[in-house]
Design a protein. Sequence first.
Length: 215
Amino acid sequence: MYVIGIDLSGPANAADTAIVSFRLQGDKLLLSEALSGADDHSIIGRFQQWAAEEDVVTGIDAPLSYNVGGGDRPGDARLRAAIIAAGLRSGTVMPPTLNRMVYLTLWGIAVSRLLQTIEPRTPSSIVEVHPSATISLRGGPIQHALVFRADVNARWGLLNWLEGQGLKGIAAIEAPSAHYVAACACALAAWKWSIGQSSWVEVASPPIHPFDFAC
């Protein structure tokens, strides 16, 4: 089985999008590929190859739905309360239709629907994830989760912690970007969700909210 983590950055900013691919081996995930600068075409191309080989579990860091009428979806306020209690800032979880979020939401919805069209085998599972929430709610180093977007030392600290959670090979990269670290946390969330070990989950409510949201 492949476990994929995707840190989307909006359709007009594909250069900052990161994707990591892992192969499940026993109770560990082994890094097989890391991509940066992925757009719709490259995402679809890679998933066609992965899905032709094995089942795929994909965690996407972007809203995969929006609330009718705007504002928080059912799980957004609940997750925000959980991450505040864990030590993160309230703005870490934002409504999908907030001005600064709408393009990310647009791309998240588009990518999740594109992945459902892949032949010959459709990816078996898609879940919305939140990397910083995953780190904090799974007992990770809050001090690093708060600043890793700007602090390379915090990124190394998070990669070491993620290695300890079973993601192997991720610290071999020379200069990890914040997007790479976030994508690895996305993969952790997707993997744990796939085996029923999420630390937090909002169950899908189709057709408006067709995917689980998990950390």
